[in-house]
Design a protein around this ligand. Structure first.
Ligand code: PLP
Length: 364
């Protein structure tokens, strides 16, 4: 957020900015989604919905699991949420008691740790390495002491790395055997460049899965997502959701129902991300940044910058001031080691990727 503010200030002062800091698509929602929203404004009262969401949308989400993963997810287990962000709060509250211990990968998405801490849950950092694709492994879980929960994200933010099928299966199996609650953040599913996006539900029907329309369907500001909730937690999630939020935004729920008919448009965006990724993976090493996490999915490249700095915050500030490139320091993603890493987002325009690499080469 500080980088985005600094970039906005620079733009307001009349200087250009190449936006490689933003964690969201640069495209609007698919056309079918927009049409559904427009039609609903003319014909629908836009009142509250049931706490767990519109039945039509929950049906479509259930169908999505059949189509994409060959998995049967009963509609009763689906909760529509206000983005995946509200899903985290609901899931953590329903699944964990105050004082519980929950493991997650570092580097990882900062909101997990911040929400868990706010709820009095102890965060157990799994200090992952490039050699394990910055993803949790059974060996690291074994070393983590007694656990109540594990959070995985594949593809991950900020690294873009993924768990392949055997790695995901090993984790789901370990969690079941050790009675540890698994929460799988699958928000970047569909944005992958080789490896298939594997759902935790494929190997553990009782996993708690969190997903969203924000990234693949390019709908960040619509604030609409969903969870697949294990049977023992769905009642708690429904009660919490109805007290916290009453319902997810109704217009967005109606619009999102059309999203699953817009796969072609979403895939066009993925094709652009793939081109952008190629540019960064080719040109960043040539610019002097060769130590990159394997960018399996999402729209991020996580780069080790230890050669240049041990203060990634100052490094990003200087980069913005001196080159006009905005990118994100690793400190929020990895409190103990992020001072030597930065994240580049390739959700933006292809021309900006090429230009950023050119400027970086001169600057570094
Ligand atoms: C890994 C991950 N999970 C969840 C979110 C939250 O997304 P939303 O609340 O828009 O669904 C983000 C946002 O950047 C993210 O990167």
């Amino acid at each position: 957020m500080q980088v985005m503010n600094a970039a906005a200030e620079r733009e307001a002062a009349g200087s250009d900015v190449l936006h490689l800091e933003v964690g969201q698509p640069s495209t609007p929602a698919p056309k079918g989604v927009l049409a559904a929203a427009r039609a609903a404004l003319d014909t629908n009262r836009i009142g509250y919905t049931l706490a767990l969401g519109l039945p039509e949308l929950r049906e479509r989400i259930s169908g999505h699991y059949r189509n994409w993963y060959g998995v049967d997810v009963p509609v009763e287990r689906i909760a529509v949420t206000t983005g995946s962000s509200s899903g985290f709060t609901l899931a953590f509250l329903a699944a964990f008691e105050h004082g519980a211990r929950v493991a997650l990968a570092s580097p990882g998405y900062p909101a997990y740790r911040n929400i868990l801490k706010a709820l009095g849950v102890e965060v157990v950092d799994l200090l992952t390495e490039a050699s394990d694709r910055f993803q949790p492994t059974v060996a690291r879980l074994e070393q983590a002491g007694p656990l109540d929960g594990v959070i995985v994200a594949s593809p991950s933010n900020p690294t873009g790395t993924m768990l392949d099928e055997p790695s995901m299966m090993a984790i789901t199996k370990w969690c079941r055997a050790n009675d540890v609650r698994l929460i799988s953040d699958e928000i970047y599913h569909g944005i992958n460049f080789g490896l298939r996006s594997v759902s935790a539900l494929e190997s553990d029907p009782k996993a708690l899965v969190i997903n969203s329309f924000s990234k693949y369907f390019s709908m960040t500001g619509w604030r609409i997502g969903w969870m697949v909730v294990p049977p023992d937690l769905i009642d708690a999630v429904e009660r919490l959701a109805s007290n916290f939020f009453i319902s997810a935004p109704t217009l967005s729920q109606i619009a999102a129902t059309a999203a699953f008919d817009c796969i072609d448009e979403a895939q066009e965006n993925v094709a652009r991300y793939a081109r952008n990724r190629e540019i960064l993976l080719n040109d960043l090493p040539a610019a002097g940044l060769g130590d990159l996490a394997p960018a399996d999915g999402a729209f991020y490249v996580y780069a080790n910058v230890a050669r240049y700095t041990n203060d990634s915050v100052a490094f990003c500030r200087r980069m913005l001031n001196e080159t006009g490139i905005a990118c994100t320091p690793g400190t929020d993603f990895d409190p103990s080691r992020g001072h030597a890493s930065v994240r580049f987002s390739f959700a933006g325009a292809s021309d900006d990727m090429a230009e950023a690499c050119k400027r970086l080469k001169d600057w570094l």
